[in-house]
Design a protein around this ligand. Structure first.
Ligand code: 4NP
Length: 153
């Protein structure tokens, strides 16, 4: 089993959205026995909470159910346990780098590295209007397809 961890700051907007989208695409493509997805936040502000209602609503409109997900903070064992750890923005990646042992840092990267356009960050929609949540989904859906393509090639 190849394990992928998606990471943002609060684990209530971007990374649970990415988890929900990627997990559904993996299932739809019959790849559930090969790939497993989880998400976490670099901060503990929202530990135990469901994703933001605006994320849940936007995702539901496109057929993804984020409501069973619960926020958690990245832990030291994640760096051992996961094969690929992808951050939503540069600040998330810097936090991961600071906490990850040097010999495991090859597992870290940016999720949008897989997006075909040269966009590097999923913008944080938390303080934004509904359109920010749609933008997250637009970016995440394209990157998730490209990531799966890359992993199965
Ligand atoms: P996320 O968004 O990192 O995409 O989950 C945020 C959610 C909450 C906060 C910041 C970003 N916050 O500061 O509470």
């Amino acid at each position: 089993m190849y394990k992928i961890l998606l990471v943002c700051l609060g684990n209530i907007c971007r990374s649970p959205t990415a988890e929900g989208v990627l997990a559904k695409k993996i299932t739809q493509q019959g790849l559930s026995r090969r790939f497993q997805v989880d998400s976490a936040g670099t901060a503990a502000y929202h530990t135990g909470e469901s994703p933001d209602e605006r994320s849940c609503r936007a995702a539901a409109r496109r057929g993804y159910d984020l409501t069973p997900l619960r926020a958690r903070q990245v832990m030291a064992s994640d760096f051992e346990e996961f094969d690929l750890i992808l951050a939503m923005d540069h600040a998330n990646l810097s936090s991961l780098m600071q906490n990850c042992p040097a010999q495991l840092q090859h597992k870290l990267g940016l999720f949008l590295h897989y997006h075909p356009d040269s966009i590097e960050e999923v913008p944080d929609p938390y303080y934004d209007g509904e359109s920010g949540f749609e933008r997250v989904l637009d970016l995440v859906e394209v990157a998730a397809d490209a990531l799966i393509k890359d992993l199965v090639k």
